[in-house]
Each structure stands twice: as structure tokens, then as C-alpha cells.
Design a protein. Structure first.
Ligand SMILES: C[S@@+](CC[C@H](N)C(=O)[O-])C[C@H]1O[C@@H](n2cnc3c(N)ncnc32)[C@H](O)[C@@H]1O
Length: 179
């Protein structure tokens, strides 16, 4: 790691996800593609999806070499409309994306559950900008994931600036038992 210029929060998130060589990672709401770039330093393949074409253009530009090498793919689409291919993902990741952390996001979570590998993990990361937000997000994510057979395996906290960060990690219980 270290070649990508990145904020403390996204560097922290990449460490939480900690992709292993060969793993396939999906980032929802990838924005400018900074976390995509950090994940691609370790993962086998990274797919970034963002509903904003402007963001996806920037993400593609930032990750051009990895896109050309076939290790990164970026796509302009809302997650529930994205073409994610036939292969499952070992990790599904988001940072500050309300489509995963707000109540009522059933459609998005249906897709997350469908594309996640049986032993895969979901990491919903967010900036803790106001007191109490962390408990609300953890409860919401636990409910949305729980309805799809995913359980909270850990809540990670990072002393990042200007805001602290947190991330809810979910796994299917059988996978969590295996550690
Ligand atoms: C606050 S930005 C965060 C961007 C980046 N993850 C970061 O932390 O810098 C949220 C991003 O999520 C995207 N987004 C929101 N809902 C989405 C959805 N349902 N599917 C894909 N992208 C979505 C937005 O277009 C926006 O780029």
C-alpha cells in the first residue's frame, strides 16, 4: 500500500476490508474511485458502481491502468440496476452511502445478498459526524442484513480526521463461526 493518495478515512476503510490476493470486491457508491484504487492494490478484482456518471468517469480516470489491465471495472448505475456479472463477491463495501445505511433500502440489500459469496463479508463504513449516528446505523444495517441471513460480525472504529469513522461488518453466521 502507499502509492494511492487517499484520505485517512478511506485508507482506514481499506485496512478494515483487507482484501486478500485473488478476492473479488464490489464497492457501492465508489465516487471518485479512491477506495477502489486502495482495494485494487490488494484484491484480485474490484468493481466500483456509482449512480453518478460524473463520478464514474473520475473513478475510471483515476484507475485507468488497473481498468486497462482488467483488474478494475467501474460502472455508472444504481446498484439495483447494475450489471454485476455471474461471479460472486468476497466483499461488498460502501463508505458514506445511504443506499446501504438508511432504513428502507430493501432493494439495495437484496442485491448485496444476491451477489455476496457464501463466506463473504459486507462492510458498511461511514463518517461519525454527529453523536448517536453510529448506533442508528449499526441498528439499521443489522436489521437490513439480518433479514437476509447476515449477522453483525464486528463494528470497527477508526480515529480518523476530521471525523471519526465506523464500519459495520456482516457475515453469514456459518462464515462468522469459521472466523
Ligand atoms: C457521499 S458519496 C460517497 C462517495 C465515496 N464512497 C466516498 O466515501 O468518498 C455517495 C455516493 O454514492 C452514490 N450512490 C448513492 N446511492 C447509490 C446507489 N443506489 N447505487 C450506486 N451508487 C449510489 C452517489 O452517487 C455518490 O457518489
Amino acid at each position: 500500500m502507499g502509492a494511492v493518495a487517499a484520505s485517512a478515512r478511506l485508507t482506514w476503510a481499506a485496512g478494515v476490508v483487507a482484501p486478500r490476493p485473488g478476492e473479488r470486491v464490489l464497492e457501492v457508491g465508489c465516487g471518485h474511485g479512491v477506495l477502489v484504487a486502495l482495494l485494487a492494490e490488494r484484491a484480485g478484482a474490484v468493481v466500483g458502481v456509482d449512480r453518478s456518471p460524473t463520478m464514474v468517469t473520475a473513478a475510471g480516470r483515476r484507475n485507468r491502468a488497473a481498468v486497462e489491465a482488467g483488474r478494475v471495472r467501474v460502472q455508472a448505475a444504481a446498484l439495483h440496476e447494475a450489471d454485476l456479472g455471474p461471479h460472486p463477491f468476497d466483499a461488498v463495501v460502501s463508505f458514506n452511502v445511504r443506499a446501504l445505511s438508511d432504513p428502507g433500502q430493501e432493494e439495495t440489500w437484496d442485491v448485496v445478498s444476491r451477489v455476496l459469496a457464501p463466506a463473504g463479508r459486507v462492510v458498511v463504513a461511514f463518517s461519525v459526524m454527529t453523536p448517536g449516528v453510529e448506533d442508528d446505523v449499526v441498528a439499521t444495517v443489522a436489521r437490513l442484513g439480518g433479514a437476509r441471513g447476515l449477522a453483525v460480525a464486528a463494528v470497527h472504529r477508526g480515529e480518523t480526521a476530521p471525523f471519526p469513522s465506523a464500519a459495520v461488518e456482516l457475515r453469514r453466521p456459518a462464515a462468522a463461526d469459521r472466523g
